[in-house]
Design a protein around this ligand. Structure first.
Ligand code: SF4
Ligand code: SF4
Length: 351
């Protein structure tokens, strides 16, 4: 039987970028439709995986949306739904400030997370010197902002599970086969790629960028910001290798946090605010998607397949029309299905 994927639509209004989108009612309804409201009993401890986004930008996941999910997961009448649940992320290999525990926590506070913000604790799950906070959760929800991804086409539930729940050394291993190169005739010498690279792997030489493969970790952030779409992997074959590694890591992460508690995992793909995230997506008049809505499922494979189909449908063309990257997530979804993380077949239910 096809898995249900629930869709809370925002009717694709581009003007939403000018005014804040409030996903709280939609997320509350989606938690109920997934059958997760109150499922873990009173005062249960849920881990909510969120993403903060880069310094100076609004949070990729609004803290109020995470709070709405925590409240919806609680048993009705719980004295304090926030008592046990917490928001978290792991140390980044792409975003300055999110790569170190102390600055990461500082950015969370600035963006409205923590006790003084949305009222839920915020944790860096792989911060050195602490017990793994995910070892004691009743369940987990992933709030994944959908955005272009240089190696997977788009970032959704599976990349958030496979990469986002992996610690920093593990992230580096996942990316180790990818070696980006600059297409020199396209390079305008703007230096954006050099600015975002956390590994000092890029230099400018005679007004053109150059990548030192001894230092490069393959994280892909330079591809994200290059408005000329002038950086791509040296070998196309490294992409399916990366995607299959991510599928395996997603299975490991899912089993580690939710395997012992079947049905205690919810996945939410947020198709909002995504058009301004990527330099590549802005390059050369790439088409905009606008605010589309939220897709949710207990099955991350079905969810990402539905998300891919929805974007392609809205674009009336391939994913690249929106993402700016040639990569598509076929190998990732196929491998994830082979590993029985979920099914690519689904039934879309509008809520
Ligand atoms: S971001 Fe692109 S255009 Fe700018 S220096 Fe880097 S490769 Fe060149
Ligand atoms: S040069 Fe390598 S390490 Fe630096 S941003 Fe690009 S992919 Fe990441």
């Amino acid at each position: 039987m096809a898995t249900e994927v629930f869709f809370h639509s925002l009717e694709n209004v581009l003007e939403h970028e000018l005014t804040p989108v409030d996903l709280r009612p939609g997320l509350t309804e989606l938690v109920a439709r997934l059958g997760l409201s109150g499922v873990a009993g009173p005062n249960s401890r849920w881990g909510l995986k969120v993403q903060l986004g880069a310094q100076g930008l609004p949070p990729s996941v609004d803290p109020a949306w995470a709070r709405a999910v925590a409240d919806a997961l609680a048993v009705p009448g719980d004295a304090d739904p926030a008592r046990g649940s917490f928001c978290f992320d792991t140390l980044s290999i792409t975003t300055g400030g999110l790569d170190k525990a102390d600055t990461h926590l500082g950015m969370a506070e600035v963006k409205g997370y923590g006790a003084a913000g949305n009222g839920l604790s915020y944790l860096v799950a792989d911060a050195p010197g602490q017990d793994d906070p995910l070892a004691r959760v009743a369940g987990i929800c992933l709030l994944s902002p959908v955005r272009p991804h240089p190696h997977a086409g788009f970032h959704g539930a599976l990349t958030n599970l496979g990469v986002g729940l992996t610690d920093r050394p593990g992230k580096l291993l996942l990316h180790e086969d990818i070696r980006p190169v600059v297409n020199t005739p396209l390079c305008a010498g703007c230096g954006s790629c050099m600015t975002v690279c956390l590994f000092d792997a890029i230099t400018l030489n005679a007004g053109r960028a150059f990548i030192d493969h001894e230092k490069c970790t393959g994280c892909g952030e330079c591809m994200n910001v290059c408005f000329m779409a002038g950086i791509s992997p040296e070998e196309a074959a490294c992409i399916p290798v990366f995607q299959k590694k991510v599928a395996a890591a997603a299975l490991t992460a899912r089993d580690a946090v939710a395997g012992a508690k079947p049905g205690r995992a919810g996945f939410f793909n947020l198709l909002v605010r995504q058009d301004r995230r990527s330099g590549v997506a802005r390059a050369r008049g790439r088409e905009r998607l606008g605010d589309v809505g939220v897709l949710a499922s207990r099955d991350p494979v079905a969810l990402d397949q539905a998300t891919w189909d929805l974007i392609v449908n809205r674009m009336d063309g391939p994913l690249a029309n929106w993402s700016g990257f040639m990569q598509e997530p076929g190998p990732l979804l196929e491998r994830a299905q082979e590993l029985e993380l979920g099914s690519r077949g689904y039934r879309l239910v509008e809520v």
